[in-house]
Design a protein around this ligand. Sequence first.
Ligand code: FAD
Length: 432
Amino acid sequence: MAWDFQTEPEYQAKLDWARDFVREEIWPLETVFSELSQDQLDRVYAPLQERVKEQGLWAAHLDPELGGQGYGQVKLGLLHEILGTSPFAPNAFGCQAPDSGNSEILAMAGTPEQKERWLEPLLAGDIKSAFSMTEPNAGADPTLLTTSAVRDGEDWVINGHKWFSSNASIADVLIVMAVTDPDARPHQRASMFIVPADTPGVNILRDVATMEHPQEEFGKLGGHAEILYEDVRVPADALLGAEGAGFLIAQHRLGPGRIHHCMRWLGVSSRAFDMLCERATYRYAFGSVLAEKQTVQNWIADSAAQMQAARLMTLHAAWRMDTEGAAAARTDISMIKFFGAQVLHDVIDRAVQLHGSLGYSTDLPLEAMYRFARAARIYDGPDEVHRQSVARQVLRGYAPPADEVPTEHVPTRRAAAREKFAEILETVTAND
Ligand SMILES: Cc1cc2nc3c(=O)[nH]c(=O)nc-3n(C[C@H](O)[C@H](O)[C@H](O)COP(=O)(O)OP(=O)(O)OC[C@H]3O[C@@H](n4cnc5c(N)ncnc54)[C@H](O)[C@@H]3O)c2cc1C
């Protein structure tokens, strides 16, 4: 029996340190973020990042030979649950999306020269990166991508239109997915390219204003850029991995990334849950505090149960990834993606409701969490696509029954059982 839900005491001590650090040093940043320029933000982060490095918690998603800690997905998941309590925490720990996923694919598919030029400074926190795959007309189904990379002598020339490339407007380097062989099989058409952001022809048009950031503000952490790639010329060694391996690399990037997202969502949920419970203890209406209303008790109990389920599912997916590899964990990861996104939404929604007009106002962080949560059902693959993939996987274990009579059809089973037990049934009848 190897079931074990305990965290090693040494690692628990690190998690405790991280929890206090995030609460004391990062949460205050949330309230002044809009007053800081990117340059000022970088200055705030620099000493915080040093303290994280001293604790050995920097870039924990990568193996030690790459400057990370090699913790594996379960330990990483537990850390991400803490970092998720604030959108600004991952950046202090060197594991913010999209840099974390980009460093993973550079580590996995990069040549020694590419690693030296891009991975090392990315891990050191000296440069920023973006992942540029989604196009206005191709998102959930990336086989529809039209951005092209065409060979011209020793170079590649990239043309296309992308959007929602997170952090691209502050990035030094973009990882761009482009079609290199339109005639190949759908999942072998595209390749990945490492494109320095200052390459001529990389035209970053804007950071798209969103539900999360309704004010269009250019060039700041968390923006989602719209980009025109116009005759962007990069050398042959800009190709990341093999030609035609774009989908494979993207898949490697998204597996662990989804586990990290789900654990971070639990961090957000737990903060909303604390607000929900706190409010229930003192808000008085119709003869009692809200904690005494059964609807409110249901919300608290349902939220606690949903969060526990999402947490166990996510840690289990992480454990499978650590022990059996990414392929074995694929269905589990799809399950946590849509389940976790729903839990996140439900818990925040109840907390908003229980706070009434205060919950709807910007005097509390709940409305911002609610807007953040809505995107979770779209990015990293819309929930419907993950549900489809889980259902397909599950259905592989089933086949139509003989003559299309359901396997559990009681009259058919009864006839079979009568035959099986005929001798005994006859005896009973005779004794009667
Ligand atoms: C906050 C945020 C950050 C992002 N960051 C990045 C980034 O850094 N880099 C990047 O490249 N992209 C990024 N994206 C884009 C993201 O990956 C896409 O939004 C996502 O893949 C969905 O693509 P789409 O928006 O084009 O939706 P579409 O492909 O148009 O899908 C729209 C809807 O159609 C439905 N649908 C699609 N397929 C199916 C199906 N099989 N069954 C049933 N219904 C279906 C779903 O309801 C889906 O939500 C980000 C998006 C958001 C919101």
